[in-house]
Design a protein around this ligand. Sequence first.
Ligand SMILES: [Zn+2]
Length: 129
Amino acid sequence: MQVNFKSLVVWLILNKQADRAIKLLAEKYKVKTPHLKVGLPKGHRTKTLGCYLTKNSTITLYNRELLSNPYVILHEFYHHLRTNIEKRHKGTEKNANKFALDFIRQYNKTHYKYTKILLENPEENRKQK
Ligand SMILES: [Zn+2]
């Protein structure tokens, strides 16, 4: 089964492989791979889930659980992407959300399709066991 790039990225993050997902994203968009760190910088608002630091190209997350949150990781990756393309500007929050949602929508579509195939072909499903 051919795997869609966006679905794969989301799947990797959900399966605790955010490092691999970020590397794939960086390759795809031809930018340097950002660093990924748990722990927001000092003095940051506690309500923030993630933050992208331009000066050291680092995505920081509020806690370890967020390493498997595709929405937060993809949102912050968008800031990395914009920063690398435009040098100064991180892009808007709205576009960062859009970018993340697009990946998640694709994942949901693929997931739905795959589930449907399995449900419609129970024999195929059994063969794989
Ligand atoms: Zn943001």
